[in-house]
Ligand binder design. Structure first.
Ligand SMILES: Nc1ncnc2c1ncn2[C@@H]1O[C@H](COP(=O)(O)OP(=O)(O)OP(=O)(O)O)[C@@H](O)[C@H]1O
Ligand SMILES: [Mg+2]
Length: 415
């Protein structure tokens, strides 16, 4: 091979190093060919040395991403149900191929009960195909939209604990997932599993210096990095390097979303969202959640990455350990006499008052307390009072069946 200039030679060396696992079309490798097999590939699949797309019956499409389509599929020779993630080669750049190479390398080595297993990967002329464990109940986002909101206890036990276990396993190996969000949390037989290692990086092998992931979940230090148009660009920039605490931030965003249904920094435009993330000021501070959940959230969403707790510390957090405490709304209510409650409402903006009313009306304590309980009647009376104030201010009505049966309560006297 001859090179017309030193630049030409450099380009060749960079390309050779980056894409050695994926020879470009027309290159010598015979296709299809295996790109790797995972450690816990089912026996029926493992004993077949070379996989090809014709061995799989694609049954239904279960998802798609920016570059891939995901199918529930059957491996016909072994009758194994799997998920097939298909990347169409024609739509890939050198850079995205490198990303997929990293996804395969990384995910095939992972073995954890809360991480989706990659059984193996192969390529043919048209596609790069990842064959994974199939998560029959789909992703967490779809699950929540089907069943509605989740209680704190449910969130802790069925989402936070598994996710923290999976992150602990990754972080101990220096791996940052970089795209923790409900769409990448899958449910297999009711067990939560972390999926999509398309943007994961092993910081023991390379520096994390690019802006990668999904905007709403992105930590400020990730957002401050340049966009990654070239994987090798900025690799020398020690000042940009971020670490596993970027996942801890995303965990805070996830927690907020699960508790309130909203991402904490999401705004109408991308630019506003970026500004909100960089300011570190949460758009809606959830009031109706327990003190422990509130503390967990603010620990994860520290603007400065070095002050965020590690996943090991978070596993010991009182919220994760099940000591939820009472909701802030209830604590507020208990600590206030009806009179001081009124002056407190006076001080709040109507938006904040609305949040308090909603928290009170939705508070689990209200459901749990017997109808005769003084706590319940206090909650309902306070809710009714604030509700009336809001309606008189803004001619709006908040619907709540419990309130309909209540006699109008006297406006509490100011102290
Ligand atoms: N193993 C699996 N079992 C069942 N469903 C899956 C599986 N893997 C992915 N999916 C479904 O496909 C969707 C997209 O998968 P994945 O996130 O891996 O693709 P992606 O191309 O990386 O997406 P994005 O670019 O949006 O991050 C998931 O949200 C999920 O609903
Ligand atoms: Mg995804």
């Amino acid at each position: 091979m001859t090179f017309s200039s030193l630049d030409d030679l450099k380009k060749h060396l960079v390309a050779a190093r980056q894409w050695s696992a994926f020879p470009r079309q027309g290159n010598q490798a015979r296709l299809p060919r295996m790109l790797g097999k995972g450690d816990c590939c089912p026996v029926g699949l493992a004993r077949i040395p070379l996989w090809s797309l014709s061995d799989f019956r694609l049954m239904k499409k279960v998802g798609e991403g920016a570059l891939s389509e995901v199918f529930q599929a059957m491996h016909i020779p072994s009758r194994t149900t799997v998920a097939v993630k298909l990347y169409t080669k024609a739509s890939l750049t050198h850079f995205t191929r490198r990303q997929i190479e990293r996804e395969i390398e990384l995910q095939s080595r992972l073995r954890h009960p809360h991480i989706v297993q990659l059984y193996g990967a192969f390529e043919d002329h048209n596609s790069i195909v990842l064959v994974e464990e199939y998560a029959s109940m789909g992703n967490l986002l779809r699950h929540i939209s089907r069943i509605g909101s989740l209680s704190e206890a449910h969130i802790v036990q069925n989402v936070m604990q598994p996710v923290l276990q999976a992150l602990l396993y990754l972080h101990e190996q220096g791996i940052i997932h970089r795209d923790l969000k409900p769409e990448n949390l899958l449910l297999a037989g009711g067990i939560l599993k972390l999926a999509d290692f398309g943007t994961a990086i092993n910081t023991r092998q390379e520096r994390a210096v690019s802006r990668v992931g999904t905007l709403d979940q992105m930590a400020p230090e990730v957002l401050e990095c340049p966009d990654r148009s070239d994987p090798q660009l900025h690799k020398g920039r020690i000042d940009l390097a971020y670490n596993t605490s970027a996942d801890v931030w995303a965990l805070g965003v996830l927690t907020h979303e699960l508790l309130t249904g909203k991402a904490p920094f999401a705004q109408l435009t991308q630019q506003q969202t970026i500004e909100a993330i960089l300011s570190g000021v949460i758009a809606t501070v959830p009031l109706g959640i327990s003190e422990a959940a509130q503390d967990f959230l603010s620990a994860c969403l520290q603007r400065n990455p070095s002050t965020r707790p590690s996943v090991t510390h978070l596993l010991d957090h009182s919220w994760i350990q099940g000591q939820h405490g009472e909701s802030r709304a209830l604590l507020l209510l208990k600590s206030l006499s009806q009179a001081s409650l009124a002056s407190s409402v006076e001080r709040h903006s109507s938006e904040e008052s609305e949040t308090i009313v909603c928290s009170l009306l939705a508070s689990p304590e209200r459901e749990e307390a017997s109808s005769a309980s003084p706590v319940k009647s206090k909650i309902v009376r306070a809710g009714k009072y604030m509700h009336d104030r809001l309606c008189s201010h803004e001619s709006r009505t908040l619907s709540d069946p419990l309130l309909r049966d209540q006699q109008p309560c006297d406006a509490p006297k100011h102290s």
